[in-house]
Design a protein around this ligand. Structure first.
Ligand code: SAH
Length: 226
């Protein structure tokens, strides 16, 4: 898989991909992430990527030309499954969406800033818009990193224990069950006995019941959707 991220602040994307699972996925060649600086795609000497909003009002708007040039340059090299704009009014990111995106070959993630991008970018250049939640960030970079992370960890072979993504929250419409590790007792606080029993069938059953109870308590809506 290849993910191209377009941003006017590439430095914001330096650290999220340089550690842990996402770093390993790149080292194993399962994903390549390319960050593109919009300023490299401007036509003026000042490398301007934003301008005042037509009609006035507070906040700058990202111009269409550098974005168009950058997307076109990428498209001249390969075709893309989706060109995604990170936006608070986009489709809400879900685990189902991450699963679906993890099956794509080439994705572009466009990060907005300021008041966002000129609407014509959204009308003509973008195929999909994703929000990571009902709140407003100052830029799309963190949101793009969230999308990329949620997708990359699902690529086959990225997680060392293959089954581990399957037992995460939301994968089967349930939240994940409680987990514990050593010591079995700490300050008198004990791990549930069944987990120490060695009886795998009982353990699986307990985990299922625990996940179900947790989902009923915390996110009953997930059960209605099942
Ligand atoms: N004026 C816009 C917000 C712009 S925030 C509005 O009210 O809708 C600046 C940029 O941050 C956006 O262009 C988008 O790329 C990114 N962003 C902010 N919140 C986001 C969210 N919840 N999900 C995804 N991207 C977000």
């Amino acid at each position: 898989m290849r993910i191209d991220i377009i941003t006017c602040l590439p430095r914001l994307l330096e650290s999220p991909f340089n550690d842990s699972i996402v770093k390993r996925a790149q080292e194993k060649g399962m994903v390549t992430i390319h960050v593109h600086d919009l300023r490299q795609h401007t036509s003026d000497a000042h490398r301007t990527t934003d301008d005042y909003a037509f009609g006035g009002g507070a906040g700058m708007v990202m111009m269409i030309e550098p974005i168009h040039r950058c997307i076109s340059a990428l498209q001249s090299e390969r075709s893309y499954d989706d060109i995604i704009y990170m936006s608070p009014d986009g489709e809400l990111l879900t685990q189902a969406m991450a699963n679906q995106l993890s099956m794509k070959q080439n994705l572009i993630l466009l990060c907005g800033h300021y008041k966002g991008v000129d609407e014509r970018v959204r009308e003509h250049l973008i195929t999909r818009e994703i929000s990571i939640g009902d709140y407003v960030l100052s830029g799309g970079e963190l949101a793009a990193a969230v999308v990329a992370d949620s997708v990359i960890r699902l690529l086959p072979g990225v997680l060392s224990d293959e089954s581990s993504a399957l037992t995460d929250s939301f994968q089967d419409g349930l939240l994940a069950p409680e987990v514990y590790t050593r010591p079995a007792e700490y300050e008198g606080w004990k791990v549930p006995e069944v987990l120490l029993s060695g009886n795998q069938a009982m353990i699986e059953n307990w985990r299922y019941e625990n996940a179900l109870k947790r989902t009923q308590n915390r996110r009953p809506g997930l059960l209605d959707a099942k």
